[in-house]
Design a binder for this molecule. Structure first.
Ligand code: SAH
Length: 366
């Protein structure tokens, strides 16, 4: 009797969930309460339902193409102290490094040969990489590789700084908002950092003309379904060109070392919902997703992602840019791991694209 009732309830919930997923597909906006309920009650079947729709949408916008970005981790020196992050300044055990402009240019040259047409320069907030140093670097990369896009991911800066870098030729900027709830933000960051400032930076970036990316971790400490609902609504309002999400993964030398990692299913479900809500957005299957499951990135693509960002940093840097434990490492030569990645995408019916892979814009499909 009881079981029957439970089953009926489950079926009803699932019907409601699918109806919500279909509404998202039609471009409708769900309320925070509706999204919270969906995120707290979805079943594996609901996830498959959303995943199939999401995959169809990404195929209609991007065909079976997967964009690749060459990720260069230019420094792990950071003046910030984000509680989740392995390269936070309080982690005195982290061996620090900084690539030279020469090393970065060499990395780009290698990446170009391998087929990359976007270079992502990511790093901690390292004072060495000031307005002038990044400006010079971007100019040198763009002069040498004029058919390539440069994405920066160097944290929170003044609007004037962002503008200088844009004028130097930078095309895109990734700055995850991390969580759209100010109280939750305060639990993940030291008091000197605020969500309001982070969001201001995102507004500035977009206004300057960058293809702008926000995003959040899934399963970060103290996160609730309501927080994730808020994240989805923030993204819907902000309309970014890129969205980066991946699971939180603990790092042993941070205050969050004992928290569990984010769940694969949650990340996949969110990727699908994001694809439904943002048909053309550039949506990576992240390294962190590939870290919590061996085929995480492939599953991410099947859930609606259309970008991967293989690491093309020199080997020493790759080891030291440790935001979380267990980060997947491409063993041996980078070219080899790119070939493997290409093969694994082929095995699920996708092809790596050589090209800048810009945001397709509001009109038309690729
Ligand atoms: N300093 C830059 C780049 C940060 S690293 C910035 O502030 O934007 C890029 C992303 O890695 C972060 O935005 C964060 O969402 C993610 N990250 C950091 N620590 C992590 C962890 N322990 N697990 C999963 N993702 C993490």
């Amino acid at each position: 009797m009881r079981d029957e009732k439970n089953e009926r309830n489950l079926k009803e919930t699932s019907l409601i969930n699918r109806e919500k997923i279909s509404r998202l597909e039609k471009g409708e906006r769900l309320s925070k309460e509706e999204l919270t309920a969906l995120l707290s009650s979805y079943t594996p079947e609901d996830r498959r339902f959303a995943g199939e729709k999401a995959r169809k949408i990404s195929q209609s916008c991007f065909g079976n193409g997967i964009y690749i970005r060459g990720l260069l981790e230019i420094s792990n020196i950071c003046k910030n102290d984000c509680l989740y992050c392995g390269i936070r300044r309080s982690n005195r055990q982290a061996p620090r490094y900084r690539l030279t402009p020469q090393e970065i240019l060499e990395g780009c040259a290698w990446g170009y040969e391998a087929g990359f047409r976007t270079f992502v320069l990511q790093g901690g907030e390292d004072p060495f990489w000031d307005d002038r140093a990044v400006e010079d670097l971007v100019k040198r990369i763009k002069a040498r590789f004029p058919d390539c896009a440069v994405t920066l991911s160097l944290g929170e800066k003044e609007k004037e700084t962002y503008r200088r870098w844009f004028e130097a030729g930078a095309d895109r900027y990734l700055l995850r908002h991390e969580t759209a709830c100010p109280e939750h933000y305060a639990k993940l960051h030291p008091p000197e950092l605020s969500l309001a400032h982070r969001m201001q930076c995102l507004e500035d970036l977009k206004e300057i003309g960058y293809q702008t990316g926000c995003g959040c971790m899934v399963g970060s400490p103290y996160q609730t379904a309501e927080h994730l609902a808020q994240d989805l609504l923030y993204m819907q309002d902000f309309q970014p060109q890129m969205i980066g999400i991946g699971p939180f993964i603990p790092h042993g030398q941070t205050p969050f070392k004992a928290f569990p990692p984010g769940k694969l299913e949650d990340v996949l479900f969110l990727l699908s919902l994001i694809r439904l809500m943002h048909p053309r957005v550039l949506l990576p299957a992240t390294t962190a997703l590939g870290t919590i499951a061996p085929d995480g990135r492939e599953q991410g693509i099947l859930a609606g992602a259309n970008v991967v960002m293989p690491n093309i940093s020199p080997e020493e840097a790759r080891k030291k840019y440790r935001l979380y434990d267990g980060k997947i490492e491409s063993k041996g030569e980078i070219g080899e791991s790119l070939r493997e990645l290409r093969e694994s995408f082929r095995s699920i019916g996708y092809e790596m694209v050589v090209g800048r892979g810009d945001y397709p814009g509001k009109e038309g499909t690729l």
